[in-house]
Design a binder for this molecule. Structure first.
Ligand code: COA
Length: 186
């Protein structure tokens, strides 16, 4: 069973341990918790939660972004961020949504499932069309985006720009056996 949980100041050791297995920066996806002490992580959770709740720019330049954890059968396997709105800089690189699956859980369909659920959160937050900017050589991420209805609207040697209509999402994607989601019918 898969579940998406929003970051909370109560998050514990399972999330901390997962984030230690994920690189600090992989294809532009930043994981600041890699290398943090436990105490630093707990402080980071508080800051992230506060920032996510802000409506305008944080510290004058940062767009508020909500962080979510993807759980499979009770184990966290990845995370994603949904930004509330875009700036000119984010239209060039960054977009609305970023996501990553911990290396040991890749190639099981979880990346597609994670984005599908993040798009639902984006829709609920009032984002009708979500932008993803993806490194041109990042085949797995491109596939994840296209499987979720992404349309490539721009391309350079460096990256592609993909827009996804958040209101036109499939109810579920094919996951391996026993990973069906019983809470999909809403
Ligand atoms: C991108 C990422 C989230 C994909 O996660 P995942 O759980 O492996 O994705 P899925 O299992 O849903 O696979 C999606 C597709 O990519 C393919 N794929 C996955 N890893 C691959 C690899 N290393 N090489 C080639 N294809 C790969 C899968 O076979 C699948 O293809 P299909 O649609 O033909 O079946 C993961 O690779 C990741 O965390 N990468 C680092 C962070 C990152 O790049 N984030 C995106 C920033 S825009």
């Amino acid at each position: 069973m898969t579940e998406l949980k929003k970051l909370s100041v109560e998050d514990g050791r399972d999330i901390y341990d997962m984030l230690q297995t994920m690189p600090k920066d992989e294809n532009g996806l930043i994981n600041n918790v890699n290398g943090m002490t436990w105490e630093e992580y707990k402080t980071w959770l508080v800051k992230k939660q506060q920032e996510a709740e802000q409506e305008g720019l944080v510290d004058g330049w940062k767009v508020p972004s909500a962080t979510y954890w993807l759980y499979v059968d009770g184990t966290p396997v990845g995370f994603g961020n949904v930004r509330s709105f875009l700036t000119d800089a984010l239209r060039k690189a960054g977009g609305h949504i970023g996501y990553g699956i911990a290396p040991q859980y890749r190639r099981k369909g979880y990346g597609k499932e994670l984005l599908r659920r993040l798009l639902r959160e984006a829709a609920a937050a009032g984002i009708e069309k979500a932008l993803l900017t993806i490194h041109a050589d990042n085949t797995p991420s491109r596939k994840v985006a296209l499987a979720n209805g992404g349309v490539i609207t721009g391309q350079t040697d460096e990256r592609i720009w993909v827009w996804i209509n958040t209101k036109e999402q499939p109810g579920s994607l094919t996951l391996p056996e026993n990973n069906g989601d019983s809470s999909d019918c809403r």
